[in-house]
Design a protein around this ligand. Structure first.
Ligand code: FES
Ligand code: FE2
Length: 350
């Protein structure tokens, strides 16, 4: 592998779901600007509670729609008050009896785990990332930290499958042996198959909590959002690292803590504690490599046998589908194409 088409490239975006913002940061009737991986969006929540993501710049003269206001389930541009519905269709122009047939781009949106997710293509072909053991259904979740790393999301995710550095940086014995599989065309799954070597009483003690292997299971979606499953057989912890590309080759991350949905009063008390404990496990993962991520100039120059999980991951990322996304707004891109000066047809006289 010498040159990659997708892997660790800051000028490519893969089709998929990406975290946008916490659900609680967008109340009914609010519209907010969002730069999602180079694309400017206006995201709003209508009176029906549904979140809508439109291209930011009004198809009339380019005002940012987040300067406008939400009316019912639609958004009205601040500048000349054109109104757009959730599909991006223009539904009203104050100066015209019938609005012109103008449509803004609208992107698929879902809300899950207390986050708003946006899909980078028109037709949704993938599920929102989930932890395979918890399944795609409802789970209990809480949001952990947000963070920025000075490298590509692929590189951040590599950290959790980089077996060599477990030993050198985190001083964890080398007990990892990954089996990889592809549960979805856009996901790669790593599952540890080994137990600790029975060379000390500590390892023998640890092994008692695991029937087959020490649970360390990861699923990476779009090379961008990863779930981690750890813990003894009787209690699994689930952490999601929702990542996306940020400006200047950075990663913008949001940690999500997950557990299965359990009913009853007791669980209503225990679940927050469990999620808190999960947060501590997540913090452990996040600590330790901070400095490397500030200075790394990642290149997979000399992969060796111990790096095989990383190579598998790179191959999986190479198979992702690139989409046209924020490329037009990256610095150094050519100026916008000039448009023919022709009046858009509407029902009345403009
Ligand atoms: S720029 Fe939005 S209505 Fe004119
Ligand atoms: Fe690490």
């Amino acid at each position: 592998m010498d040159s990659f088409e997708m892997f660790a490239r800051t000028d490519r975006v893969a089709e998929g779901w990406y975290w946008a913002m916490p659900s609680r940061e967008l109340r009914k009737g609010q519209v907010k600007p969002l730069n999602l991986m180079g694309k400017e969006l206006a995201v709003y929540r209508g009176e029906d509670g549904k979140v809508v993501a439109l291209d930011a710049y009004c198809p009339h003269m380019g005002a940012h729609l987040a300067e406008g206001k939400v009316e019912g389930c639609e958004v009205r541009c601040f500048f000349h008050n054109w109104k757009f519905d959730a599909s991006g269709q223009c539904t009203e122009v104050p100066a015209m009896p019938k609005p012109p047939r103008v449509k803004n781009e609208s992107w698929p949106v879902e809300e899950k785990y207390g986050l708003i997710w946006i899909y980078t293509a028109k037709e949704v072909r993938q599920p929102v990332p989930y932890e395979l053991e918890l399944g795609e259904g409802e789970v209990d979740a809480s949001l952990g930290n947000t963070f920025v790393k000075n490298c590509h999301p692929n590189v951040v995710l590599i950290n959790a499958i980089d077996i060599q550095h477990f030993h050198t940086v985190h001083h964890i014995p080398n007990v990892f042996q990954f089996e990889t599989s592809q549960p979805h065309p856009n996901a790669i799954h790593f599952s540890n198959l080994a137990k600790a070597p029975p060379t000390s009483w500590v390892y023998r003690f640890i092994n008692r909590f695991y029937e087959k292997a020490i649970t360390y299971v990861l699923t990476y979606w779009n090379g961008s959002t990863g779930t981690v499953r750890v813990g003894p057989d009787f209690l699994h912890f689930y952490i999601m690292f929702a990542l996306r590309q940020g400006p200047g080759g950075t990663t913008q991350g949001q940690t999500v803590l997950l557990t299965q949905k359990r009913k009853g009063l007791l669980w209503r008390l225990v679940t927050p504690l469990l999620l808190w404990a999960t947060q501590q496990v997540g913090n452990y993962f996040a600590a330790g490599d901070t400095k490397v991520f500030q200075t790394i100039k990642f290149a997979l120059k000399t992969p060796v046998k111990a790096d095989h999980a990383i190579v598998e991951f790179a191959r999986a990322v190479e198979r992702l589908t690139p989409v046209e996304w924020g490329v037009g707004t990256l610095p150094g891109s050519p100026p916008a194409e000039s448009l023919p000066l022709r009046l858009v047809q509407g029902g009345g006289t403009p």
